[in-house]
Design a binder for this molecule. Structure first.
Ligand SMILES: Cc1cc2nc3c(=O)[nH]c(=O)nc-3n(C[C@H](O)[C@H](O)[C@H](O)COP(=O)(O)OP(=O)(O)OC[C@H]3O[C@@H](n4cnc5c(N)ncnc54)[C@H](O)[C@@H]3O)c2cc1C
Length: 301
């Protein structure tokens, strides 16, 4: 069977795109590898009508709504390669070796977070007490001692923002690229600047109690905000020849205003195709991409 659309990734962006296509009566196949980016967090915040709901529940509920449409197929698995089929469509291979054929492709496979080398205790606290976004998880740490770990090329000004939520220490981790003006701005805001190299995070289980520096001192901190480097979760945009732009955290698949990539017939939505990463924005991006793809099916593009 040749699907009208193959959606790679069935989370906030992919399910939102697929819903628009399903409601436009297209045959849609969604393939999902089951590892949404926020799976480490017990609750997602800030999403319209869903504040505090576990992200995996939000996704499962959205998937169930989508699967109520008889023209939707959902496959648990991973697309490992995709290419043009020479007849205006695409053929993609699953990790099970099964091949799928579709008229158009939607890339909604998200991004992977990269963590700084040599700091013990970051990975196991990711999404609990080591966090990427103050709007998502800052409120829960209101008024508590907060840390910010910035690695170049991100500006230290991120610590100015985090200070909205509580008393803040900026950890330079022996990587001082700050000019005097930035230092003065942070100090005027009450941010403490800690120049030393971090050795490890301390605390019971996934809780954070402090940050141990290489010189042996421990700075009391209950949540650490950082901006991880990101990379696309799948190499297939590259395989297809899609162009990328440099985003603030990593490469972003280039799209036009209608969410089509630089390869005709291939659309992209969500974290993989946006510089700002947030579930609401990913979902909205998916809606835009799904409706734009449908219009292209009607009007051509
Ligand atoms: C720890 C953490 C907590 C967060 N908390 C919040 C929050 O509270 N509120 C908020 O608004 N945002 C939050 N975010 C951001 C939010 O998770 C992302 O913006 C959102 O998940 C992006 O949605 P997406 O659909 O683009 O990608 P994802 O949700 O990452 O989904 C991509 C899907 O594609 C699948 N996939 C990848 N490669 C393939 C492939 N080759 N074949 C098939 N499937 C594939 C993956 O398994 C995954 O299921 C958080 C992020 C993190 C890291």
């Amino acid at each position: 069977m040749r699907y009208d659309a193959l959606v790679v990734g069935g989370s906030f962006a992919g399910l939102s795109a697929a819903m628009q296509l399903a409601r436009a009566r297209k045959n849609v196949c969604v393939v999902d590898a089951g590892a949404p980016r926020n799976r480490f967090a017990a609750a997602a915040h800030g999403f319209f009508g869903q504040d505090g709901v576990p992200p995996l529940k939000m996704i499962a509920d959205a998937r169930a709504k989508l699967l109520a449409y008889p023209n939707v197929t959902f496959i648990e698995g991973r697309i490992v390669s995709a290419q043009a089929d020479g007849a205006g469509g695409f053929v993609a291979s699953l990790d099970s070796d099964r091949q799928l054929s579709a008229g158009k492709l939607m890339l909604a496979f998200g991004v992977q977070d990269g963590f700084p080398d040599g700091i013990a205790g970051v990975r196991e606290r990711w999404g609990t007490s080591v966090l990427h976004c103050p709007y998502c998880h800052g409120y829960e740490f209101s008024g508590r001692r907060l840390g910010v770990l910035i690695e170049a090329p991100h500006p230290p000004d991120h610590a100015m923002l985090i200070a909205e939520w509580g008393p803040t220490t900026l950890f330079l981790n022996a990587n001082n690229t700050m000019d005097d003006e930035a230092r003065a701005r942070l100090q005027a805001r009450g941010v403490t600047i800690e120049p030393g190299r971090i050795a490890a995070l301390e605390g019971a289980g996934q809780d954070l109690a402090g940050i141990r520096l290489e010189d042996g001192r421990i700075v009391a901190v209950e949540a650490l905000f950082m901006v991880p480097r990101t990379r696309p979760s799948s190499p297939i945009a590259e395989q297809l020849g899609c162009a990328f732009d440099d985003g603030p955290a990593g490469p972003v698949i280039r799209t036009d205003a209608m969410k089509m990539t630089t390869v005709p017939g291939v659309y992209a939505a969500g974290d993989a195709a946006m510089p700002m990463h947030n579930a609401t924005l990913a979902s909205a991006d998916g809606v835009m991409a799904g409706t734009a793809m449908h219009r292209a099916m009607v009007f051509g593009a």
